[in-house]
Ligand binder design. Structure first.
Ligand SMILES: [Zn+2]
Ligand SMILES: [Zn+2]
Length: 187
């Protein structure tokens, strides 16, 4: 990713969190699934946020919707208002931390619950993209049956899909469509 080192992981996490909401299934629908999701990001929160508990489930589902609405915002003003609201609601406060060597920013309150850590961290991730790269970097997958979001970190802003799975599948569909259109025209 092009984004500065301290923001790219929070951005990835924000996008992954939004994309846990699937039409047929909620990948963080209960505490054990939420715990499994957060385990993949353990290096980011261990020793900083309290481990996830049942009380985090509902706030994190609400956070997910709020992050989604940042990305779906019609314009910069709406997106920034929403991002600022998430930051305020999660008690975000900038500070410098040296817990793993080099000084870097943290935005969650001290002794943070998992939902506060997650809210402050992911909202700052999206805020950094907006400030440094612009909202046009946010996108929703172009594939017919996919609503997943992405952040376009490509140099020429050419990204249209959430994943290579979706772009491959859509390329195959388009190819078949052209094939069958061709057959129809010939005969
Ligand atoms: Zn840190
Ligand atoms: Zn997709």
């Amino acid at each position: 990713m092009d984004f500065s080192h301290y923001t790219d992981e929070p951005v990835d996490l924000a996008i992954a969190l939004v994309n846990t909401a699937q039409t047929k299934t909620d990948r963080i629908g209960d505490l054990s699934r939420l715990r499994a999701f957060l385990d993949d990001y353990r290096h980011m929160w261990e020793g900083i946020a309290r481990p996830v508990s049942k009380g985090d489930l509902e706030p994190i589902h609400r956070l997910r919707e709020a992050l989604r609405s940042v990305i779906d915002s019609p314009d910069d003003a709406a997106a920034s208002a929403m991002v600022n609201r998430i930051l305020a609601e999660h008690g975000a406060q900038p500070r410098v931390s040296v817990h793993n060597g080099d000084a870097h920013f943290h935005f969650e309150p001290f002794d943070s619950s998992m939902s506060c850590w997650l809210g402050a961290t992911t909202a700052m991730g999206l805020a950094s993209v907006m400030v440094e790269n612009g909202m046009s970097r946010f996108g929703v997958c172009n594939a017919d049956d996919c609503d997943d979001v992405y952040v376009d970190a490509s140099r020429n802003r050419s990204r249209r899909h959430c994943s290579s799975t979706c772009s491959t599948r859509e390329a195959v569909t388009a190819y078949r469509r052209r094939q069958s259109a061709g057959v129809g025209a010939d005969g």
